[in-house]
Design a protein around this ligand. Structure first.
Ligand SMILES: *Cc1c(COP(=O)(O)O)cnc(C)c1O
Length: 364
């Protein structure tokens, strides 16, 4: 008999999200756990977005604006790009997947860095697309030279997370320039900049400086991280207008809810919330990096809003022991790091609670 699903669906390892707070309370019997597992904004949503929530909720009997008009135009204005160059998605995850659906055929292959964001693999495999993974170089960093050498005539799509999740490292302008110089025009490069707003590094390449000269570059950003709207599912891509046109053909109608559209527009305007989030994160990251190094754990300098803790031993038991102390972190075996934990930067008291708990767990 014919199998129920194609072989690539049968063997697909699903994306494992961060453990929810309620589930941790239920399963581990702990009160008030803290979640440092999904790189969410510990300050919560933008107050400007929250102020609109009630009014927006009163309109949910109506279908959303299928063109996402206000949000597309707000993003365009905010970034100084044309509205025709903006595609908004139900999280940038929708766009990661839509790019495959829209631009690839079964013969095409994708190129990825090993040890990077697991969603790329899940999305590719769910479409039955083949991909190659190039190992990182030392320091948990993308090896863009080796990735360029791994390009073949079949490579249709490259995903680059900058900064990377889960390793928190970033690659520089000169590294990206050298890579793009070797990419043929028919290979699309998805520059995933989910943590763009947190980066404080003069060598960091801004994807918006690339897509105008290069019709094959797509830049992805999100409202899930610094804007604090992960639960609403809003992301966007900036790329040349013809690419936006094709994505608009293949997406489902009404891909963003009306509440998501309205609240994202307001959050975009909330410079004070973004600034406060960035400053809180920078302080928290330097605290976490220092404290973990004091515990003997190597931590690469983080360009995002989380740290990558290479424990040098299987991270599963440490993750479990931390859960029993009410601290939710994120093991990342699916990204190829069975000995590491990804720890999101929380409020100062949360970061201290994590360090105290980790110190106790590592002693035992
Ligand atoms: C968090 C994250 C995203 C954002 O996903 P959304 O669907 O917008 O919530 C995208 N890429 C990377 C690498 C991320 O870490």
């Amino acid at each position: 008999m014919r199998p129920l699903v194609p072989e690539w669906v049968e063997t697909l390892k699903p994306y494992v999200p961060g453990k929810p707070i309620e589930e941790t309370e239920r399963e581990y019997g702990v009160k008030n756990p803290i979640k440092l597992a999904s790189n969410e904004n510990p300050l919560g949503p933008s107050p400007k977005a929250l102020a609109l929530a009630d009014a927006a909720a009163h309109k949910v009997h109506l279908y959303p604006d299928g063109a996402n008009f206000s949000l597309v135009h707000a993003v365009a204005k905010h970034l100084g790009v044309s509205a025709s160059e903006v595609f908004v998605g139900s999280g940038s995850n929708e766009i990661i997947e839509l790019v495959i659906r829209t631009f690839t055929t079964p013969d095409d292959e994708a190129l990825l860095s090993a040890g990077s964001f697991m969603m790329y693999k899940v999305a590719l495999q769910s479409h039955g697309r083949r991909f190659r993974e190039v190992p990182m170089k030392s320091g948990y960093r993308y090896d863009l030279e080796a990735m360029a050498a791994a390009l073949t005539p079949k490579t249709r799509l490259v995903y680059l997370a900058n900064p990377d999740n889960p390793t928190s490292t970033a690659f520089s302008k000169s590294e990206l320039d050298a890579f793009l110089a070797k990419v043929p025009p028919e290979t699309l490069v998805v520059l995933d900049e989910a943590y763009f707003e947190y980066v404080d590094w003069p060598e960091y390449p801004n994807g918006l400086d690339y897509y105008r000269a290069r019709p094959n570059v797509l830049v992805l950003r999100t409202f899930s991280k610094i804007y604090g709207l992960a639960g609403l599912r809003v992301g966007y891509g900036i790329m040349q207008a013809p690419l936006v046109g094709y994505l608009n053909r293949t997406r489902m109608p009404f891909n963003l809810t009306s509440m998501a559209q309205a609240m994202a527009v307001a959050a975009l305007d909330d410079a004070a919330h973004v600034k406060a989030s960035r400053e809180l994160t920078w302080k928290g990251l330097r605290f976490l990096e220092g404290a973990l190094k004091d515990l003997g754990i190597p931590v690469p300098h983080s360009h995002a809003n989380f740290v990558f803790a290479d424990l040098g031993r299987p991270s599963g038991p440490v993750f479990e022991a931390l859960l029993r102390k009410g601290v939710i972190t994120r093991p990342v075996p699916g990204s190829g790091w069975p000995q590491a934990l990804r720890i999101s930067c929380g409020l100062p008291a949360e970061n201290e609670r994590l360090v105290t708990a980790l110190r106790e767990v590592l002693k035992t």
